[in-house]
Design a protein around this ligand. Structure first.
Ligand SMILES: Cc1cc2nc3c(=O)[nH]c(=O)nc-3n(C[C@H](O)[C@H](O)[C@H](O)COP(=O)(O)O)c2cc1C
Ligand code: SF4
Length: 768
C-alpha cells in the first residue's frame, strides 16, 4: 500500500501544481520581494561613508578631506550618482567605446551642466607633488559652490586608469574637469606607466579617438627642478608636457587652461597659485555655460601646428556690438571707396559734423563705416578682425600669440620693453586716406578723405576694444604651448598699439580715447600716415607717436602710398614740421618701411633730409612683410619686393652715414633681426655715456656707454597725472638689453625661437 501511494505521489503533486500554480507563484514572488527589501534596508543602514570624495572607484583607496556637512552631502550625492561601474582590471581587452572616429568633437561645451566636478589626479614619489595636490584640493574646496563642487583627489599610484582614462565618469547634469598635477622623473616610475596607458588608449584602434571628450575640460600642472633640468629641452617638466599632449588628444582638444609649470627649487608656489586662479575661472565659466572658448581655428588643437598666421583668420562672428545710445542708425551699404581710380579732390581733415554747409534737407545722413553684413565687414572679419561698433577694430597679432607661447615678442619688446602678450592692437578708424601698395589689408579696408560716417562714443569704443581683445585672448587658452603665467598676465592689457589698419587720428574723438587708455595705465603707441596735419597738430599726449615715412620724395610717395589727396606732398611736409614742433612734448618716431624696387635705392639721402626737417627721437627701419598679394592688380607686391635683412642693414648704415654728414647725431641703437627691423636713435637724448661699469660701445659711435631706448612707463603716467608739462626725456627707461644691441640679433634669450612648424630654430646672429 505504502509503495502504491508512493507511486501515486508525483501524479498527485502534478495535479496540485496544475490546480494551484497561480497562487504558488504569486506567494513565492511576494516572499522574494520581502526578503530583497529587508536585505537592502539592512545594507543601507550599515553603509559607512568613509570619504566625501566623488568618484572614488570601487577598489581604490579613498582620501579623506575634512568637509562641511553641506559639502559632504553634495560630494556623497556625486559619488552615488557618478561612481563608475567597478572595473575588472586586466580581465581582458579594453572595452570598446565605439567606432573609431576620425574627427574630434568641438572644443566648447555648449549646454551648461548643472555642476562641474573637479577631479585632481597626482603622482608623487618623494611626496612634494602630493603636498601641492592636497593644498590645491583644500583651496578649491574652500571656494566650492553648488555649481563647482568640492574636488575629489586621486593618487595615480592607486587609481585604476581605466576608470578615468578609458571612459570618463558620467552623472546626470554633472561635467567633470580633470586636473593633473605631475612631477617629472627621468627614471622609470609609475608615472611612465600612466603615460604609456594614455598613449596606448590613444592608439588603440577600437577605442574612440577622443574617448574622454565628454569631459568638460582638463588642465595639467607640472613640477620639475630647474637646478637639474633648466629648460624643457633639457628635460624640465617633460612628463607633464607629455601628459598634456595625450590629454589633448584623448579629450578632443579640451585643454581648459594652459599647462602650468613650477620649479620646485624656485617659483612653484607662485605658478601653482596663478594656475589655480586660471582653472577656477574656467570652471566658473563652464558652470555658467560659457564653454571653453570657441571660434579661433586651432584653438585647443591637440596637434602642435605653430602656424600663427593660420589661426589669425578665424571665422567667428567678430562683432562687438555697442549699445544703441553710443551710435546712430546703421545702414546696409558701405561707403567703401576702394574702387575709386583717381584721387578725390576733397579736403580730408573734416568730419561729418563739420563738413561744408548744406541745407538740412540735402545733408546726407551719416552711415556706418563698416555696416554688419557689408562686404568690407565680411572681409575684415575673415581676416580675424573683431569689428567694434561701426568703425573700430581689434585683433590679436601673431606676436601676441607667439609671446603667449614663450616664442618671442615683437621688436617693440627689444626696443621699448613692450611684452607682446600685454599689448592690444586696435584702431578707432578702419578707414584710411591712402591705398599703400604694401598694405597688408589687401585693400579690404574702407578708404575716404573725409569722416562722413556716424561716430561711436569713445567710452563705448574703448570698452568694445577691450572686450574684443580679451575675447580673443581667451580663445588662446586651449592652444598648445600657451604658458599659464603669460596667459594670466595677458588678461591685463598694458599697452595699446593704435596701428592696426586705417588711420587712428581720423577718429574725431581720438584724444578722449587716448585719455581713457592712459587713465587705466595702458600706454599708447599711435601710428599715423602723415596725411592729416590738423589732427596731428591737435593730438594730445601719446606715449610714442609714429609717422609712417614710406618714401623720401613726392614721386616715390605717390607710387607707394597711392594717396587719395591731391595735395598729399604738402600735407606730408606739414606733418614733418608739426612733428618737429612736437619733439619737445612727444616721443616721436619715423617708421620707414623698405620695399625693394620702390623706396630703397638711393633714397638714403632723401630720408636723411626728412629726418633733418622733423628731428624725430627715433627712426625705425623695417623691411616690408610679404603677405600674399598686397594690392589689387599689377601693383601687388611679390617676394622680390621684400628686402633681405642684410639689405636692410646696408640701408641703415647708409642712412646713419647720411645723417652724420648732415651733422645729425643718430646712431644704431638696437635690432630685431627676426622682424627685419633696426632702430636708429638720437644719441644726444637716448645714449648715456659710460659711468662706472658701463662698457657697451655698439652703435655708440666709438663712445663708451649704453643706449636707453626702453620706456619708463610708470614715469610716463606719473608725468601725465602731475598735470605739468613734460617731454620724452622725462620717461626714458632702463638700458636697451645687450641682446638687442646691433650685431646681437635682438631675440630675447629667455624665449624659444621656432620655425613655422614649431621646431626649435637656431638664431642667426646678424649685424656688424
Ligand atoms: C631621480 C629623479 C629624477 C628627476 N628627473 C627630473 C626630470 O627629468 N625633469 C625635471 O624637471 N625634474 C626631475 N626631477 C625633479 C622632480 O620632478 C621634482 O623634485 C619633483 O618635485 C618630485 O616630485 P615628488 O616629490 O612628488 O616625487 C627628478 C627628481 C629625481 C629625484
Ligand atoms: S606692437 Fe604691434 S606687433 Fe607688437 S605686440 Fe603690439 S600689436 Fe603686436
Amino acid at each position: 500500500m505504502g509503495a502504491t501511494m508512493l507511486c501515486q505521489l508525483p501524479g498527485e503533486l502534478l495535479y496540485l501544481w496544475h490546480t494551484h500554480r497561480a497562487e504558488v507563484l504569486i506567494s513565492a514572488g511576494v516572499l522574494f520581494a520581502i526578503v530583497r527589501l529587508a536585505v537592502h534596508w539592512r545594507a543601507r543602514k550599515t553603509k559607512e561613508v568613509l570619504t566625501p570624495l566623488a568618484l572614488t572607484p570601487t577598489g581604490e583607496k579613498p582620501t579623506l578631506l575634512p568637509l562641511g556637512k553641506e559639502q559632504q552631502a553634495r560630494a556623497i550625492e556625486a559619488i552615488e550618482l557618478a561612481a563608475p561601474k567597478p572595473s575588472r582590471p586586466h580581465a581582458g581587452p579594453k572595452r570598446v567605446a565605439g567606432a573609431k572616429r576620425l574627427k574630434s568633437t568641438p572644443s566648447a561645451t555648449r549646454d551648461a551642466p548643472d555642476r562641474i566636478q573637479p577631479l585632481i589626479f597626482f603622482y608623487s614619489f618623494g611626496g612634494s607633488t602630493q603636498t601641492y595636490a592636497e593644498q590645491l584640493a583644500h583651496s578649491l574646496q574652500s571656494t566650492a559652490t553648488e555649481h563647482v563642487l568640492p574636488p575629489a583627489i586621486h593618487d595615480l599610484a592607486d587609481t585604476e586608469y581605466d576608470d578615468f582614462f578609458l571612459n570618463s565618469p558620467k552623472a546626470p547634469a554633472t561635467a567633470y574637469f580633470y586636473l593633473l598635477i605631475l612631477p617629472t622623473y627621468n627614471i622609470d616610475t609609475n608615472l611612465s606607466a600612466f603615460l604609456a596607458h594614455l598613449q596606448e588608449v590613444h592608439y588603440d584602434f577600437r577605442i574612440d579617438t577622443a574617448n574622454l571628450s565628454t569631459l568638460a575640460g582638463y588642465s595639467v600642472f607640472g613640477l620639475g627642478d630647474q637646478q637639474g633640468w633648466p629648460s624643457e629641452d633639457e628635460g624640465f617638466c617633460t612628463q607633464a608636457v607629455e601628459a598634456d599632449r595625450w590629454m589633448a588628444k584623448l579629450t578632443g582638444r579640451k585643454r581648459g587652461f594652459p599647462m602650468g609649470v613650477g620649479d620646485v627649487s624656485g617659483d612653484v608656489e607662485k605658478r601653482l597659485k596663478e594656475w589655480e586662479e586660471g582653472i577656477r575661472g574656467v570652471m566658473g565659466d563652464l558652470a555658467e555655460g560659457k564653454g571653453l572658448g570657441e571660434g579661433v581655428r586651432g584653438s585647443g588643437d591637440a596637434v602642435e601646428s605653430a602656424d600663427d598666421e593660420d589661426d589669425e583668420h578665424g571665422d567667428e562672428p567678430d562683432v562687438v556690438a555697442l549699445p544703441k545710445k553710443g551710435r546712430r542708425k546703421t545702414t546696409t551699404r558701405t561707403d567703401d571707396l576702394e574702387d575709386m581710380k583717381v584721387p578725390i579732390p576733397v579736403d580730408f581733415t573734416t568730419t561729418a559734423s563739420r563738413s561744408k554747409p548744406a541745407s538740412t534737407l540735402t545733408r546726407p545722413v551719416p552711415k556706418a563705416m563698416v555696416p554688419i553684413g557689408s562686404p568690407t565687414h565680411t572681409a575684415l572679419t575673415k581676416q580675424g578682425y573683431q569689428i567694434v561698433g561701426s568703425h573700430s577694430g581689434v585683433k590679436i597679432c601673431r606676436w601676441t600669440k607667439s609671446a603667449l607661447r614663450g616664442r618671442g615678442s615683437c621688436y617693440k619688446f627689444s626696443f621699448y620693453g613692450i611684452a607682446s602678450h600685454l599689448c592690444m592692437e586696435a584702431t578707432p578708424s578702419l578707414s584710411c586716406s591712402n591705398k599703400c601698395v604694401f598694405c597688408w589689408r589687401h585693400g579690404t579696408n574702407p578708404v575716404g578723405t573725409t569722416w562722413r560716417w556716424e561716430v561711436d562714443a569713445p567710452d563705448l569704443v574703448f570698452a568694445g576694444m577691450k572686450e574684443g581683445h580679451y575675447r580673443k585672448i581667451k580663445m588662446m587658452r586651449g592652444v598648445p604651448g600657451v604658458r599659464a603665467e603669460r596667459f594670466s598676465e595677458a588678461m591685463r592689457i598694458r599697452h595699446c598699439a593704435l596701428s592696426l589698419v586705417g588711420e587712428p587720428i581720423f577718429y574725431p574723438h581720438i584724444n578722449e580715447l587716448l585719455a581713457m587708455l592712459h587713465a587705466e595705465h595702458i600706454s599708447s603707441f599711435l601710428v599715423c600716415n602723415a596725411q592729416h596735419p590738423d589732427q596731428l597738430a591737435a593730438l594730445g599726449p601719446v606715449t610714442q607717436l609714429y609717422v609712417s615715412i614710406d618714401a623720401s620724395n613726392k614721386d616715390s610717395l605717390r607710387r607707394i602710398d597711392r594717396p587719395l589727396h591731391r595735395d598729399f606732398w604738402e600735407r606730408f611736409l606739414r606733418c614733418m614740421d608739426i612733428l618737429k614742433a612736437k619733439r619737445f612734448t612727444h616721443r616721436t618716431v619715423f617708421r620707414l618701411t623698405l620695399v625693394k624696387g620702390f623706396n630703397i635705392d638711393e633714397e638714403a639721402e632723401g630720408y636723411a633730409a626728412l629726418v633733418a626737417r622733423a628731428l624725430p627721437a627715433f627712426v625705425e627701419v623695417k623691411g616690408v612683410t610679404f603677405c600674399g598679394t598686397s594690392a589689387k592688380g599689377t601693383e601687388g607686391l611679390t617676394m622680390g619686393n621684400v628686402p633681405f635683412y642684410h639689405e636692410v642693414q646696408a640701408f641703415v648704415l647708409a642712412l646713419e652715414a647720411a645723417l652724420l654728414r648732415r651733422g645729425l647725431d643718430y646712431g644704431i641703437a638696437a635690432e630685431h633681426a627676426h622682424s627685419c627691423c633696426v632702430l636708429l636713435a638720437d644719441r644726444g637724448r637716448f645714449f648715456r655715456r659710460a659711468g662706472a661699469g658701463l662698457s657697451i660701445t655698439a652703435g655708440g659711435g666709438g663712445v663708451e656707454g649704453q643706449w636707453h631706448t626702453l620706456i619708463d612707463y610708470a614715469a610716463f603716467f606719473r608725468c601725465l597725472e602731475s598735470k605739468n608739462a613734460f617731454g620724452p626725456e622725462d620717461y626714458v627707461g632702463a638700458a636697451t638689453p645687450e641682446w638687442a644691441a646691433w650685431g646681437q640679433g635682438g631675440f630675447d634669450p629667455r624665449d624659444e625661437r621656432v620655425d613655422r612648424k614649431g621646431r626649435p630654430k637656431v638664431v642667426e646672429v646678424v649685424g656688424e
